[in-house]
Ligand binder design. Sequence first.
Ligand SMILES: Nc1ncnc2c1ncn2[C@@H]1O[C@H](COP(=O)(O)OP(=O)(O)OP(=O)(O)O)[C@@H](O)[C@H]1O
Length: 250
Amino acid sequence: MSKPIVEMKNVNFHYGDRQALSDVNFTINKGDFIGLVGPNGGGKTTLIKLLLGMEKPTTGTIHLFGQPIRKFKEKNKLGYVSQKANSFNRGFPATVEEVVTMGLASKLGYFRRLSRQDKKLIYEAVEKVGMTDYLSENIGDLSGGQQQRIFIARALVSNPKLIILDEPTVGVDAENVEKFFDLLHELNQQNITLLLVTHDIGTMTHHASRVACLNKTLHFHGNPNEFQTLSKDQLSDFYGHPLNLVTHEH
Ligand SMILES: Nc1ncnc2c1ncn2[C@@H]1O[C@H](COP(=O)(O)OP(=O)(O)OP(=O)(O)O)[C@@H](O)[C@H]1O
């Protein structure tokens, strides 16, 4: 079996006196589509910051693509779509094409001319997310769900192997959430590994291949069917408060 893409071992993390992560052992294998859930303040964003190298574990180790994280340099293999990505105001002066082009910034520097190959990458990424008709529109004029697609395209231009998404469907209506998950499914079929932080447990369990539940430590890591069969008491223990798991019939 190939090495995991992400391997966290005995990871602890403190913000000053506050422990945000405690003895986290977590692996992501190639081809996984992991839904990361947990209560507010459970440490999901902190875990992402560690994977992106924005914070270092207080103790414990992290390997990315088989390398210790401090030696890992192939940043293009990691794509990131943040929670606040879809909050551009109307009239924000950048077109869809310009926003997606920013995904090549680490390769190009901001002001270099685009080569024909760069343009091809940009158009292919926009096509993959089904937004070709919107290339010259202002990003601020798109809906939250459409903006989120553009941010996926921006992540796709660097040809990432793992995309991390932090609550990408906040503020997106139910119908478009479903379409968004369909897009994630397609990307996953094209060999892109996904780590999705979400509070939308019902929709996620229909699409993810594994579910991880984080409340300081990893309380559950298994397949969505097992997650759905957890008892109310088990879920309440994980979440620190009662939780009704609402799943949607398909
Ligand atoms: N910069 C910071 N300084 C101090 N404490 C922080 C900081 N960022 C987060 N925390 C604390 O660390 C804990 C984990 O926070 P984190 O944002 O990782 O949780 P989360 O699971 O992403 O929450 P949510 O679902 O609400 O986004 C919380 O107790 C939070 O208050």
